[in-house]
Design a protein around this ligand. Structure first.
Ligand SMILES: NC(=O)c1ccc[n+]([C@@H]2O[C@H](COP(=O)([O-])OP(=O)(O)OC[C@H]3O[C@@H](n4cnc5c(N)ncnc54)[C@H](O)[C@@H]3O)[C@@H](O)[C@H]2O)c1
Length: 264
């Protein structure tokens, strides 16, 4: 199957984490022949990812920008357009969880709600808003947002995080509806749990359990997953790149759960 990705220009946000989804997406896009702009709030790490893209023989650039800051995002997109002339693919990966799980609502800090929604939802909207005019001009564009399986897994107790991601599902559909006439497709990959830097805050207070206990807890969770294993960054990258490709040119406004069947 030809994915039709050769010589496309992609912008991937939040791709600095060296064990995260963003980096795996950049590598997979580069292997399929894309030039890839690597964004992160952490320039040093973004540059490491860009170096890997370069090693795969593609043009690349690392750009530091905080996706929650409109002025930084606009400057980033202008820089990409000055250097690459177009943006065919946008993968909105930057995000994360910034609150503890299972905290009763009356013990939560409203300032954290705002920060969480700003990071995941407003960050995704900021970058999308900056890129859409160029995609309209090109009469071509593909956007893949990263959502989360937590939107359907209430036992995780990550309320505000899950709400921010559910809002991304809806943003995906609304944008797909409006921009379809401009030949812009918008989809969302909703990952299940995967071992990246993402859950650090949730692990902070985890009691130091003996390895057998940890293994038991892990096995209990995975026992509820039809495919019986955690996801990997490669699993998420493959699904994201497939949705970014012309092989899925008739798919828009969809949320694809990549979670071993843990969400159906
Ligand atoms: N790992 C999981 O279990 C899981 C599950 C569901 C969804 N997700 C989502 O996947 C996405 C990628 O997370 P990951 O698992 O690769 O985690 P990660 O922590 O390894 O990577 C996230 C990256 O985003 C960057 N980032 C954070 N804030 C930013 C900002 N304001 N501007 C620009 N970059 C910023 C970080 O520096 C980091 O490099 C996130 O949106 C996350 O919510 C992760």
């Amino acid at each position: 199957m030809d994915l039709g990705l050769k010589d496309k220009v992609a912008l991937v946000t939040g791709a600095g984490s060296q064990i995260g989804f963003g980096k795996a997406i950049c590598q997979t896009l580069a292997k399929e022949g894309c030039d890839v702009v690597v964004n992160d709030i952490d320039l040093e790490n973004a540059q490491k990812t860009a170096d890997e893209v370069k090693a795969l023989g593609r043009k690349t650039m690392a750009v530091k920008a905080d996706v929650t800051k409109k002025a930084e995002v606009d400057a980033m997109v202008n820089k990409v357009l000055a250097e690459f002339g177009r943006i065919d693919i946008l993968c909105n990966v930057a995000g994360g969880i910034i609150h503890k799980d299972n905290v009763p609502i009356d013990e939560q800090d409203p300032a954290v709600w705002e920060k969480q929604l700003r990071l995941n939802l407003i960050g995704t909207m900021n970058v999308t808003q900056a890129v859409i005019p160029q995609m309209r001009k090109q009469k071509y564009g593909v956007i893949v947002n990263i959502g989360s399986g937590s939107t359907h897994q209430y036992q995780m107790g990550v309320g505000t995080y899950a709400m921010s991601k559910y809002a991304i599902d809806l943003f995906t559909k609304q944008l797909a509806f409006v921009e379809g006439k401009n030949d812009i497709r918008v989809n969302c990959v909703a990952p299940g749990p995967a071992p990246t830097n993402f859950g650090a805050i949730l692990r902070e207070d985890t009691p130091n359990l003996p390895p057998e206990e940890m293994e038991k807890m892990r096995a209990a969770m995975l026992g509820t997953f039809p495919l019986g294993r955690m996801g990997t960054a490669t699993d998420m990258a493959n699904a994201t790149v497939l949705l970014a490709s012309d092989a899925t040119s008739y798919i828009t406004g969809q949320v694809l759960h990549v979670s071993g069947g843990s969400v159906m």
